[in-house]
Ligand binder design. Structure first.
Ligand code: PMP
Length: 401
């Protein structure tokens, strides 16, 4: 086994994971490595000041650090700094595109194409704008092994579809989208494509140029960074054509009561004092995963998923969702046992999983369940966590017979 293939052993980097606790809820939010916690502490400590406005040295230094964080995000996903808008997270990024791009470009009779596995964050903002402009929404079905069915997408897309919005990696199933093919299909019909990369950036290498998408969004907190910070990447021409999202300080060029002009992107979309230290924490998180290497993280989590699926499949009446090669996430159900009961019993066993609809109620309806139990992995998980998952399942089976 080469170093590249050896399992990661990084739990010691994560002070919030006590020994003996199996943290299997990374798809909800990732724990933070010491390097990120230190970057946040440093940010509020002897380097703290505002950005963009100060004439004193500390503020000028902080502005350089904040803009360097933007450049780090850009490099991480293959974009350029002017194409990166700092936002609160994926939810805000999607709402921004829905309001500022779709809200100004779509007309009555236009259509938006989503898929059956989308997170509510990639459904509700489109419903809100569709209602406002009189557009309609269509939904791409899933394949039998729970991937977005791109053959079906190719068959159903029409010139009325102006926007396609799909998850790169499903937060419930872990299925990985062939983004390049989806982008080619969207562009072939004249539509733009937004990719929700929330679960992808911590798990697979992302290069927006190679993927060929038009908008890419993600949250920092699922990438081992802080909450309250995330990124929207969009092609410059699209950002330039978009009106501001919110008005306030920083996003302007000149203000008078007669007429206000706006700053160019990305500043135009960052009204108010930004989450300065959040951006520094996000950059530290990106440095952390980049040093490990996304291909290595992906291989590590894919091996954990394989082991978890094989271990869970040995229990009678377990139903596993998602494809065999899903990225870092396994959803399952046990016949006759509510996923919340599984989660509660696991917790007594010091195993933290998620149980519920995972903000994907339409997907639950497609799968024919109210909820699933979900184990999701990060760089800190290993064989002990799979053993804890199995011990938790044995206890559930003992209790429920
Ligand atoms: N999309 C996906 C696929 C997600 O998993 C999540 C978070 N669960 C979101 C969007 C929303 O992210 P946030 O709550 O950080 O804005």
């Amino acid at each position: 086994m080469s170093d590249e293939e050896a399992p990661l052993d990084l739990v010691a980097d994560f002070p919030a994971i006590p020994s003996g606790w199996a943290y299997l809820d990374t798809a909800a939010t990732a724990q933070k490595p010491r390097a990120v916690i230190d970057a946040i502490t440093r940010g509020y400590d002897d380097t703290y000041a505002t950005v963009h406005r100060g004439v004193y040295q500390r503020s000028a230094d902080m502005t350089l650090a904040y803009e360097a964080a933007r450049a780090t995000v850009a490099r991480f996903i293959g974009g350029s700094p002017e194409e990166i808008v700092f936002v609160r997270g994926a939810t805000e990024a999607i709402n921004l595109v829905a309001q500022c791009w779709a809200g100004t470009q779509l007309r009555a009779g236009d259509r938006i194409l989503l898929s059956q596995l989308e997170h509510h964050s990639n459904i509700v903002p489109w419903q809100m704008v569709a209602q406002r402009v009189g557009a309609a929404i269509d939904v791409v079905p899933l394949t039998d092994d729970h991937r977005i069915d791109l053959d079906a997408m190719a068959a159903m897309i029409r010139p009325e579809h102006k926007l396609v919005a799909l998850s790169h990696v499903s937060n419930v199933l872990g299925s990985v989208l062939d983004v390049r093919r989806a982008a080619d299909i969207a562009h072939g019909a004249g539509a733009k494509i937004l990719i929700d990369g929330c679960q992808a950036v911590p798990r697979v290498p992302v290069d927006v140029a190679a993927l060929g998408c038009d908008f890419y969004v993600f949250s920092g907190h699922k990438l081992y960074g802080p909450t309250g910070i995330g990124a929207l990447w969009a092609r410059t021409a699209l950002l330039e054509a978009m009106p501001p999202y919110q008005g306030g300080g920083s996003m302007i060029d000149r203000v008078s009561f007669e007429r206000t002009t706006y700053a160019p992107p990305p500043t135009r979309f960052e009204a108010g004092t930004p989450h300065i230290v959040g951006a520094l924490g996000l950059a530290a998180a990106i440095d952390y995963v980049t040093a490990i290497g996304l291909p290595r993280i992906h291989a590590h989590e894919a091996a954990l998923v394989r082991d978890a699926r094989a271990a869970l499949a040995r229990f009678n009446s377990v139903r596993l969702f998602g494809p065999e090669d899903s990225a870092g996430i396994v959803s399952f159900a046990l016949e006759g046992v509510h996923p919340h009961d599984i989660g509660t019993i696991f917790d007594e066993h010091r195993v933290a999983i998620r149980a519920g609809h995972h903000c994907a109620q339409p997907l639950m309806a497609t799968l024919g369940v109210d909820a699933t139990a979900r184990a999701s992995f990060g760089v800190y998980n290993g064989a002990d966590d799979i053993a804890a998952l199995v011990a938790g399942m044995e206890r559930v089976v003992r209790i429920f017979g």
